[in-house]
Ligand binder design. Structure first.
Ligand code: PMP
Length: 443
């Protein structure tokens, strides 16, 4: 399998650098928060796959829900006016639980096409309002909003642009709210003030009649788990409201209990105009994402479209099997997983904070079951690990050899997003195994 993979399966992020020499690691089965590799090694999955298996592995009731839906009706198109029960019930359940009037749901296959769909809907919205010139989008440095053509334009990580030519969409960035490495210092009030000033300046520079929308992750994931100071999101939301700019919360990672509540916007007390979700929606058991639209966005588009069709849709939108899976996942969240995730999240944060004194640890940050440990060689000067020491694959391998899967970001940051079903013992092991990896790295 490793040889066949090497020859035929493309993993763009890793195949083209070094991955060839080592080959893939094969996983064979999983249960709860533990995965087993082809050598029989058991590992705690501290990253829930790719921040997605929030409900944990081996949840029989999810398997049953998928199988039952496959038997009854595996597919029906959501493209036209055809309905099936599961996606309708799921849309209603999400609308009921989402903040404010985010009552209109469009289902996609994952996060990237959810973000792409928001861009298309937002452009339609501004046409509907007679302002087609509002076609510029702003996002936040080190933000991630997907790999598809338009979403990648909002993604502000250089890796996703280098070598790909011009972005397919307008790219305007404001600086990240990264508190650890903020050029304006780590005082929350000054970080908020400088971001507000920068967003205003950016709007003025682009032209306030040109800005369509502002995109933000409530906590940046792929940028290295960067948590904005309390009030930052609300302050940015207020600037957008002042200029009539649509505010989009990308909750692909933060949704479904990752930070504590069902949606991280609840932590911030804000209601976005649009929201994107994926990952935890089906907990990785089936592919699905969604766009949630507020009443005014939906109504503006609907009124303008009138009786005519709006040309947007995917073959697998509102897939009945994915929807059946998502409904069961939602009932597991509400049947105790969210609550367990909140308790385990507090334990994870406290445990990782306990590593702060380690000579290699510069910063520990996160909220709930989303966390990062940033490694440095000099704590005062915040000097990142040199590449030969901090190479992401080396750190990842070292964690793997110690029975732990974590994300090792290239900048020497360990990322954590364990399944919400973790036990206290597993959370403690995540922390202990991290300590061991740090000690080994120090030697
Ligand atoms: N938005 C955010 C915030 C994400 O983290 C991701 C994926 N990591 C995406 C969008 C894209 O989602 P997908 O990989 O499902 O296309």
């Amino acid at each position: 399998l490793v040889e066949l993979d090497r020859r035929h399966l493309v993993h763009p992020v890793s195949s083209f650098r070094g991955h060839e020499a080592r080959g893939v690691r094969l996983l064979t089965s999983a249960e709860g928060a533990t995965v087993t590799d082809s050598e029989g090694r058991q590992l705690i999955d501290g990253f829930a796959g790719l921040w997605c298996v929030n409900a944990g592995y081996g949840q029989e009731s999810i398997v049953e829900a998928a199988a039952a839906q496959m038997r009854q009706l595996p597919y029906a198109t959501g493209y036209f006016d055809l309905g099936t029960e599961a996606p309708i019930r799921l849309a209603a359940a999400l609308a009921e639980r989402a903040p404010g009037d985010l009552d209109h749901v469009y289902f996609t296959l994952g996060g990237s096409d959810a973000v792409d769909s928001t861009i298309r809907f937002i452009r339609y919205y501004w046409h509907a309002r007679g302002m087609p010139g509002r076609d510029q989008f702003i996002s936040v440095a080190s933000g991630y909003h997907g790999s598809s053509s338009m979403g990648a334009g909002l993604t502000a990580l250089p890796l996703f642009h280098d070598g790909f030519g011009a972005p397919h969409h307008s790219q305007h960035k404001i600086a990240s709210h990264d508190l650890y490495r903020n050029p304006n210092g780590s005082d929350p009030a000054s970080v908020i003030a400088s971001s507000v000033a920068e967003l205003r300046a950016k709007v003025a520079e682009i032209g306030e009649n040109r800005v369509a929308a502002f995109y933000v992750e409530p906590i940046q994931g792929s940028g290295g788990v960067l948590v904005p100071p309390p009030g930052w999101i609300a302050a940015m939301r207020a600037v957008c409201a002042e200029f009539g700019i649509l505010f989009v919360a990308d909750e692909v990672i933060t949704g479904f209990g990752r930070t504590g509540p069902l949606f991280a916007c609840e932590d911030e007390g804000i209601v976005p105009d649009l929201m994107t979700v994926a990952k935890g929606l089906t907990s990785g058991y089936a592919p699905m994402g969604a766009v949630l639209m507020s009443d005014h966005v939906y109504q503006t588009i609907a009124d303008f479209a009138g009786a005519k069709a709006v040309g947007h849709g995917f073959t697998y939108s509102a897939h009945p099997v994915s929807a059946a899976v998502a409904l069961e996942v939602l009932s597991l969240y509400e049947g105790g997983l969210l609550e367990n995730g909140r308790a385990m999240g507090a334990r994870l944060q406290a445990g990782l904070q306990g590593l702060s004194d380690h000579p290699l640890v510069g910063d520990v940050r996160g909220r709930g079951m989303l966390a990062a440990v940033e490694l440095v060689t000099d704590k005062d000067a915040k000097i990142p690990l040199p590449a030969e020491l901090g190479a992401a694959t080396r750190l990842f391998d070292r964690a793997w050899d110690n029975g732990l899967i974590v994300r090792a970001f290239p900048q020497g940051v360990f990322g954590y997003a364990p399944p919400l079903c973790c036990t206290e013992g597993e959370i403690d092991q995540i922390v202990e195994r991290t300590r061991k990896v740090l000690d080994l790295t120090l030697d």
